[in-house]
Design a binder for this molecule. Structure first.
Ligand code: SAH
Length: 394
């Protein structure tokens, strides 16, 4: 590792960095000196050689370097990683997550740790690495996580598609302690089974905590349809809220089997589980003239990058149109996009277009988004990925 390595920016390409945006795109780089290897720390300088930041070098990615710190006198070592991890953990203590223990402990750039995501489920922490900079410091990450209060197991789930962009292979497995057979996410007095080894992301969608509570509050005596239900977290919340009936649609059989177990674990009846493609099933419900009082529409990320936004908006429109048609008058639609490339504005426009085509009027009752353990730095708006609307139909 060479601390002497430098990355020099082209003239005028220091503007975003001076506003503390942490990414250096390949097109902004004038030259790289000192032969840094992937993950090495480089000193970023402007075209007049003035130092700007220390960043991790990523020669295979279009995000050529990611800033560790704007204090160029710092050392990027194990101690640096440990202090960032512990700062991330302690800022969450003030959030007061009600009656639960499932929390996003580290949210990448938002916690000054580009490429690292950590979710905590009680004494179990699950981490995911997506950049060479953090990958090269995996051992320090594990030590830092293992030393947090109450942590008994550290599990790695670095198997996302995005690793290949940085030239990284999949890495999964126990890194500290042992993994219990049953891992639970506890939230609002409910518990959800987390498939740490094979589930999506780190096994559970912690980011929908606030919305689950909202759905629970609006379910009493109502017929609820949960589309893209995964392990049934919204369905369990609706059941505890007193829904009169619940239907959960997901294309994944294993996810639905966990949903069933989650119903039992919480002593509620989560109703009907439908293993099907959501687009097809919504059409078939429409053709059968089914109707619901509350619909949750929480599809997977449909746009992975700006090039996929057009296609994604067509899919969002299609889904929302079908959902609006299935809603009874006065019904509620909780609709989401977790595609960072689709802005809240655009999403609202798409849903508005769907309402026009469905010939339904609807109003926004509440705007929804990611909770405080997924913070959005003002200088890094890319962290804003989850957008949602709670709509009421006329
Ligand atoms: N609402 C869930 C998370 C949804 S994740 C929660 O809060 O836990 C997206 C889900 O969509 C996954 O479970 C995935 O299996 C499912 N899925 C993806 N494509 C689908 C499709 N075409 N039809 C139905 N389900 C689909």
């Amino acid at each position: 590792m060479s601390d002497q390595a430098t990355l020099r920016l082209k003239a005028g390409r220091d503007r975003s960095l001076r506003r503390h945006h942490p990414w250096i795109m390949s097109g902004s780089v004038d030259r790289v000196g000192g032969n840094p290897q992937p993950g090495d720390t480089v000193l970023v300088v402007d075209d007049a050689s003035r130092p700007l930041a220390l960043a991790s070098y990523s020669p295979h990615s279009s995000i050529r370097a990611r800033v560790w710190t704007f204090d160029v006198d710092q050392s990027i070592d194990d101690q640096f990683i440990a202090s960032r991890v512990s700062a991330a953990a302690s800022r969450r203590r003030h959030l007061g997550i009600p009656n639960g223990d499932a929390v996003r402990l580290v949210f990448g750039e938002a916690d000054g740790l580009p490429g690292l995501v950590v979710d905590r489920y009680g004494s179990i922490v699950v981490f995911q690495i997506t950049t060479v900079g953090i990958d090269a410091r995996r051992d320090a990450v594990v030590v830092a996580l293992a030393s947090l209060d109450g942590v008994e197991c550290v599990y790695e789930r670095s198997d996302g598609d995005n690793r290949s962009r940085e030239g990284l292979e999949s890495q999964t497995g126990i890194r500290h302690g042992s993994l219990p057979t049953d891992v639970w996410a506890r939230e609002n007095g409910l518990r959800f089974h987390v498939d740490v080894e094979h589930g999506h992301k780190t096994g559970f969608y912690i980011d929908q905590r606030d919305s689950r509570r909202l759905v629970e509050q609006h379910s009493r005596g109502r017929a609820v349809l949960n589309v893209f239900g995964y392990t049934g977290s919204f369905s369990v919340a609706a059941a505890r809220g007193g829904a009169s009936s619940i239907t959960t649609i997901d294309s994944s059989g294993p996810a639905l089997r966990i949903a069933e177990a989650n119903g039992r674990a919480n002593d509620v009846n989560i109703g009907e589980l439908v293993e099907a493609d959501a687009f097809t099933e919504l059409r078939s419900l429409r053709d059968r003239r089914a109707s619901f009082d509350v619909i949750v529409l929480d599809p997977p990320k449909l746009a992975n990058n700006p090039n996929q936004v057009d296609r994604a908006t067509r899919a969002y429109k299609d889904l929302n149109l079908l959902a609006l048609k299935l809603l009874r008058p006065g019904g509620l639609l909780f609709t989401y996009s977790c595609s960072g490339a689709v802005s809240s504005d655009l999403f609202q426009k798409v849903v508005a277009g769907a309402a026009v085509d469905a010939n339904r009027e609807a109003s926004i009752i509440e705007r929804l988004g990611q909770p405080g353990d997924h913070p959005i730095p003002l200088h890094f708006p890319e962290a804003d990925y989850l957008t949602g609307l709670m709509l009421e139909t006329a």
